[in-house]
Design a protein around this ligand. Structure first.
Ligand code: 1HN
Length: 345
């Protein structure tokens, strides 16, 4: 591979003449935008400890009333992108959101897609498109692009959840905006209970649902039971993993990011394939260790970490008696749609 000419090799007045015409020579930057063999991600393997962030999030509850925050969130920012960019990876945003008893986070809708993974507390709900979704630990709740949503809390303890959004991508595309709206009424007649049995879908008078996002809440009790059934049914199966899908189409639950739950058997160590999308791991239950590239993170419950694309990842259960359960989010649907998805095994 030839060494390419540098900007400093060019006469300063020539570079100035180019700049005056809004022109830039490609060759000094060609290797940076097309590195050899594989990308050089800005995303760094990063670990966010829940024990460390929880008191800071509760402190935000004292410092900033919900009316002054709209959404009271501490963003899990990847230092590789610069903290102010609020990115976990190229396409993923992560935040821990706190709602206190009696609080209400007002109704709005926006172009980025969001999901909530509930971390702790009872009594909160989110209303998405008129569906009042109870928020319980481990539940995954979709807030697809364009749907109205607000959050309320009828319980008596703080509720915390992890938000995952495709905000960095949608913002980069200059397609990110929001609209405020009035409090949304609860519409009767739809809810995840109609879709919780795999293989059968609601079909009133021979019609399938026409809704783009028929199922908004994926209860943890169901996903956890599915993982345990899968593990029991296939004792030799290494990757005990389920994906969150649209139950009408079988496609990914959302268009841009993918969501999965994984069970590690006691003492299990699982090497994941090296793939192009970045991936986020959040420990719902148990104890685990994540080895990402050369880094090693010990995950306690509610801890979150991220792996850049093209990195080697091994997940290990830290317990010899109990399974560990992880929630994962990644950029696979985006990479597949763009035709840049790679699995290098
Ligand atoms: C948002 O609307 C929520 O509705 C949470 O709870 C986090 C981060 C960036 C932009 C919009 C919410 C968000 C967000």
């Amino acid at each position: 591979m030839n060494e390419l000419g540098r900007l400093e090799d060019l006469p300063a007045d020539y570079v100035q003449a180019l700049r005056a015409q809004n022109l830039v020579p490609l060759w000094p930057s060609l290797r940076a935008v097309l590195p050899p063999g594989q990308p050089r991600p800005a995303t760094r393997p990063t670990h966010w400890s829940y024990a460390a962030l929880r008191p800071l999030l509760l402190q935000a509850g004292e410092l900033t009333p919900i009316e002054r925050a709209e959404r009271r969130v501490l963003v899990l920012a990847n230092p590789g992108h610069g903290l102010e960019k609020m990115q976990a990876s190229a396409a993923m945003y992560l935040g821990m959101q706190l709602l206190l008893p009696g609080e209400w986070a007002p109704s709005h809708r926006h172009t980025p897609n969001a999901v909530r993974m509930v971390v702790e507390g009872e009594g909160a709900w989110t209303n998405v498109d008129g569906e009042k979704c109870p928020m319980r630990r481990g539940d995954l709740i979709l807030t697809p692009t364009g749907l109205w949503h607000d959050h309320g809390h009828d319980g008596d303890e703080p509720v915390v959840w992890l938000d995952v959004l495709d905000l960095p991508l949608v913002y980069y595309m200059e397609a990110s905006y929001h609209v405020d709206g009035p409090r949304q009424a609860v519409k009767p007649g739809h809810g995840e209970r109609a879709w919780t049995r795999s293989g059968v879908v609601p079909m009133p008078v021979f019609q399938r649902s026409a809704r783009a996002y028929p199922m908004l809440r994926y209860p943890w009790v169901e996903a956890r039971a599915a993982l345990q059934s899968l593990a029991a049914d296939q004792p030799a199966l290494e990757a005990v993993q389920v994906g969150y899908v649209n139950p009408e189409t079988g496609a990914d639950a959302l268009n841009i990011l993918g969501f999965y739950a994984l069970m590690l058997r006691p003492d299990q160590s699982l090497r994941l394939p090296v793939r192009s999308p970045a991936c986020v791991f959040h420990l719902i239950e148990g104890a685990a260790e994540a080895r990402i590239g050369g880094e090693r993170f010990t995950l306690s419950e509610a801890d979150t970490c991220c792996a850049p694309g093209f990195s080697a990842v091994t997940l290990a259960n830290g317990s010899s008696s109990e399974p560990a359960f992880l929630f994962m989010a990644d950029e696979t649907p985006l990479h597949r749609k763009l035709g840049v998805f790679e699995n290098r095994g």
